[in-house]
Design a protein around this ligand. Structure first.
Ligand code: SF4
Length: 304
């Protein structure tokens, strides 16, 4: 049976200001999606067989209501909860304890550099690296074996030469799964396109080096948002487009199938993709990337 997951965009607010932020997050208010709208979304979809919830933003931990929302999710009987976060507020051990008691099974933590200088220059937030690393350490200390810590690194012009070092840092502090994402070329990433978005051909050797390092350390790795033909040899680690049916609550807008939204609005295949063996599971290439760089980098993979 197909996995069905809910996705809740809790807020546009964030305590960081990443240079490639796909939602144009801001620091100016503490608005969150209306509690009643979220509760109805959770109640209605539990009856329809949804069993997992992913919470993201912005930065969900800046919402004071997050602990109460997690209680509600538990009350409705959802079996799996994941949280996308920069973990900065978890550097406060008391806040980390509060969240650990709420049943989150996976933390997906943004880590974009291996040093203060690199990470903070991407988040545009002094001390964010120190806080994120301390947050990870606190969660590691408090969590049980069923709770997984994963990092997400966005491969951009600023950090692609440091990808292996970032993975090493993550593994050293106890991360159990590493995800690398392509820049999603919307909002601030689009505004900063020339300064943040690297060509896939340029970053390919650095990604391969990172994958080899992580695999050699027996840590799972996934690559998200990349077309298969951009990373030959890494196909086994690329996230397939149809892993899960996702229903998304974005502000008060409901998207019943996030995959369709991505196919129609965000990423596109080329007509030459029809010949490719990965056509059914490849999401294609972000539209704005195609507009700027064209299709010369991408060729269908054909089995003889
Ligand atoms: S040729 Fe098209 S379908 Fe095949 S991997 Fe590349 S982008 Fe994906």
């Amino acid at each position: 049976m197909e996995a069905k997951s809910l996705s809740i965009h809790l807020t546009d607010c964030c305590n960081s200001s990443c240079i490639f932020c796909v939602v144009n997050s801001h620091k100016n208010s503490t608005e969150c999606v209306d509690k009643k709208v979220i509760e109805k979304f959770l109640r209605d979809n539990r009856k329809l067989g949804y069993e997992a919830v992913n919470i993201h933003g912005g930065e969900p931990t800046v919402c004071k209501e997050l602990p109460l929302l997690l209680d509600k999710i538990k009350e409705y009987g959802y079996k799996f909860v994941s949280l996308q976060t920069n973990a900065r507020l978890m550097s406060d051990i008391e806040y980390a304890k509060t969240l650990i008691g709420k049943g989150i099974k996976k933390y997906v933590i943004s880590l974009h550099g291996d040093t203060d200088g690199l990470h903070d220059s991407i988040t545009l937030s002094p001390d964010s690296f120190k806080q994120t690393v301390q947050g990870i350490k606190n969660l590691k200390k408090l969590k049980d074996v069923n709770t997984k810590l994963m990092t997400n690194t966005v491969a951009c012009k600023q950090n692609y030469k440091s990808l292996t070092k970032i993975a090493r840092k993550a593994i050293d502090i106890g991360i159990e799964h590493i995800n690398l994402s392509a820049v999603h070329t919307k909002n601030r990433a689009l505004y900063n396109f020339n300064s943040v978005v690297p060509r896939y051909t340029v970053i390919k050797p650095y990604i391969i080096e990172m994958v080899e390092y992580v695999v050699a350390n027996n840590v799972p790795i996934s690559l998200e948002g990349f077309p298969y033909c951009a990373l030959p040899g890494c196909e086994d680690y690329i996230v397939k487009r149809d892993l899960c049916k996702i229903k998304l609550l974005f502000h008060s807008i409901l998207m019943t199938d996030y995959r369709d939204y991505m196919d129609q609005e965000q990423k596109k295949q080329h007509e030459k993709c029809q010949k490719c063996v990965y056509a059914d599971i490849c999401g294609g290439v972000y539209e704005e990337y195609q507009d700027r760089f064209g299709w010369d980098e991408f060729s269908p993979i054909v089995r003889c």
